[in-house]
Design a protein around this ligand. Sequence first.
Ligand code: 4AD
Ligand code: MG
Length: 462
Amino acid sequence: MTRRILDLLRYGQPNEPVTIQGWVRTKRDQKSFSFVEVNDGSSLAGLQVVVNDDLPNYAETMKQANTGASVEISGVLVESPAKGQRIELKAHTIKVYGEADAETYPLQKKRHSFEFLRTIGHLRPRTNTLGAVFRVRNACATAIHNFFQERGFLWVHTPLITASDAEGAGELFTVTGLDFEKLPRTDAGEIDFSEDFFGRRAYLTVSGQLEAEIMAMAFTNVYTFGPTFRAENSNTSRHLAEFWMVEPEMAFCELEGNMDLAEAFLKHVFKHVLETCPEDMEFFNLRIDDSVLATAENIINSQFERITYTDAIALLEKADKSFEYPVSWGADLQSEHERYLAEDLFKKPVIVTDYPAAIKAFYMRLNDDGKTVRAMDILAPKIGELVGGSQREERLEVLERRVQECGLPIETLWWYLDLRRYGTVPHAGFGLGFDRLVQFMTGMGNIRDVIPFPRAPREAEF
Ligand code: 4AD
Ligand code: MG
């Protein structure tokens, strides 16, 4: 039976006969033998294979088993005399499935820039760094499901095609089932979507929150985990046009419960990744950002700071630092402000609550002061906003007023208002940017390098 390389590196014993399959990372020919490092994606390190020249067809096989070639190798594990590895494989038979021409194979042994690797998105998963990223990404996803499943949350599947703008921010991609050009126009010259596939204008979802609220009003605690889309200017190192979001929604829950859950959630995910991907995390600490491990420990062991927006503004005004964007009550926090609070001032995640209503979404619960809402953003060192959430407005009249004030089409939200007519209840939730979490955890500089197939302006190769 074929064994995965991670399993062998961890538990393989000398004298065990094994078969492995994978891709050649490096090959070094010596006088009477060759070293071949094979990687199957299960671990950062490959397995070192020693091929002696008494192997049948030695010369021919070694010519074929170049960097990038796919191979199946059977042999016996032996103790490794080399430093840094416990065991190696002494090859008895080698089958080369597919060769890779050394002249044209783009992944050479040298270090490639991440910009270059983005131009060969179909091959970059075979590099050390991207391999580690996608294993950590997978571990994060596992931890997320475990966290919610252990607490009795239902995973709900919210639609990717929707008719409403959940954030009311107008950053929507339109979906049309017909040829755009062929849709009729109104007298005013606007496209008439009533003739389109859905009989109305439809969009790619910016958030599953509103539908998650529907489900929370029946199942109490739910979460979504899936792709979301935003046609915003995502030409930054922290924005994607297509990104994954995790959105828990809890009935009978207010802002404090929401903050408690978010904090416990982040601690859980970091802990799981440190436990299951120690080699990958050490690699990031060594090669990408030497604060990665300390940051992870800090998340797990610190108590997150909790301050109001009003206090945050006061702290920023007092800061002995000049900002590019001016600080004033009512203005949204810019990334530089968020980073100052989390990175310089508190040196740990900061939960900022009670933002001005005018800069937050229509669904957030209005405070008694009439000016602020029960919002909460979690700001993290280096990355800024990692989580955005709130207690929701559960009072029908207040919500109707807010929808109107925000100039949103109330007729597309009749069902959302209905939830406040029938068995309304205080409820709250948040959205975690999954890709930002992976970026934060790994220390990767650009969010395009933590998702296998990034979508950003003018970036859609596959
Ligand atoms: O703050 P946002 O817009 O909140 C919502 O969408 C709410 N409906 C969430 C909720 O309460 N259920 O987005 C949530 C998070 C942000 O904090 C950020 O981490 C991430 O999603 N995010 C992005 N990540 C990558 N690329 C983008 N363009 C992002 N926009 C938001
Ligand atoms: Mg936000």
